[in-house]
Ligand binder design. Structure first.
Ligand SMILES: Cc1ncc(COP(=O)(O)O)c(C=O)c1O
Length: 327
């Protein structure tokens, strides 16, 4: 099925979702076919536009968000950008709490879109008052603002059950064998995973997890490791978010930062698509999965956000050398 992105929209919010899909034919996918859904073509450049819209609409419908009330969110940046678009269109001030490891491009972008950004520590875990989610909750309480909290908000999962999952199913005419995704809040995994397994219970859900995150080791060994720092932005966790349904996962791969970033650069070099670092993690896991198959499968993953957000990092050779990722 072809998705019609033509026609004339009457506002930017209507352009969220219905993203195209590309078969990645220039990467070595073994006996499998690998498809990438171009979430970076959402209006603010990431998959998170979908949840930003649904979380705000749902909060309005449920009467939790009052006209003109400030929205507060803890985010690696992309949810913030989606919220900045929706909040500005609907007249809500927005305050973003973002860990200091996230790229400056995201902060400039958020500020340009009218959001206020507070940076906080990346080296503390949940329960610490300066951890971005704890800080967002306490600031929202203090200011009488609405903490939208993507990590515990069912409207996050619902956005993917209603849109991302059905789009993937329709674009591949139901011929899906595996779906590869990462976990930030768990919304994508829980929503797309739930939808696809309801269509066909044998579809395999594959987790792509940065090295240092607790999720893949938990799936593979049952043990909860001490989280370590990783550089990929937006995915990987040091706790299990309330909305994250880990029971949907069939296979999990731990991907080092270096493999993620080199794979994202390979995507640009071979397919001409400039995506972000998390896309590199997902693609690297998807390629591992493809190479382990002995019969042809249709594998789908997400090209989650735009690479222009990482020009000062992953696409900067000096930065890559400083990390020891290239010679
Ligand atoms: C940048 C980014 N953020 C977040 C996610 C995961 O989102 P979720 O919060 O739905 O787990 C992804 C990829 O799946 C991503 O690439």
């Amino acid at each position: 099925m072809t998705i019609d992105r033509g026609g004339v929209f009457s506002n930017a919010l209507q352009m969220i979702g219905n993203t195209p899909m590309i078969e990645l034919k220039r990467l070595d996918t073994g006996c499998c076919r690998l498809f990438g859904k171009l979430e970076l073509l959402n209006p603010t450049g990431s998959i998170k536009d979908r949840i930003a819209l649904n979380m705000i609409l749902t909060a309005e419908e449920e009467g939790k968000l009052k006209p003109g009330q400030t929205i507060v969110e803890a985010t690696a940046g992309n949810t913030g950008l989606g919220l900045a678009l929706v909040a500005a269109q609907k007249g809500y001030p927005l305050l973003i709490i973002m860990p200091d490891k996230m790229s400056m491009e995201k902060e400039y972008n958020l500020t340009a879109m009218g959001a206020k950004v507070i940076r906080t520590r990346s080296d503390v875990v949940k329960g610490h008052p300066e951890y971005y989610q704890d800080l967002a909750a306490s600031i929202a309480k203090e200011k009488g603002a609405f903490y939208i909290n993507q990590f515990a908000n069912p409207a996050n999962v619902e956005a993917h059950v209603k849109t991302t999952g059905p789009e993937i199913w329709q674009q591949l005419d139901g011929k899906v064998d595996a779906f590869v995704c990462g976990v930030g809040s768990g919304g994508t995994l829980s929503g797309v995973g739930r939808y696809l397994k309801a269509q066909n219970a044998s579809i395999e859900i594959v987790l792509a997890d940065p090295e240092g995150s607790i999720l893949a080791p938990l799936h593979n060994t049952g043990e909860r490791i001490e989280p370590k720092r990783w550089l990929v932005e937006g995915i990987g966790e040091d706790f299990i978010p309330d909305i994250c349904d880990l029971s949907l996962i069939d296979h999990a791969y731990t991907i080092p930062d270096k493999s993620a970033m080199l794979t994202a650069r390979e995507l640009l070099a071979k397919e001409g698509i400039m995506a972000g670092s998390s896309t590199g993690t997902l693609l690297s896991a998807a390629l591992n999965y493809c190479h382990q198959q002995t019969e042809p499968k249709n594998v789908v993953t997400l090209l989650c956000d735009t690479g222009t957000r990482y020009l000062s990092k992953m696409y900067n050779d000096e930065w890559m050398k400083q990390q020891g990722f290239i010679e």
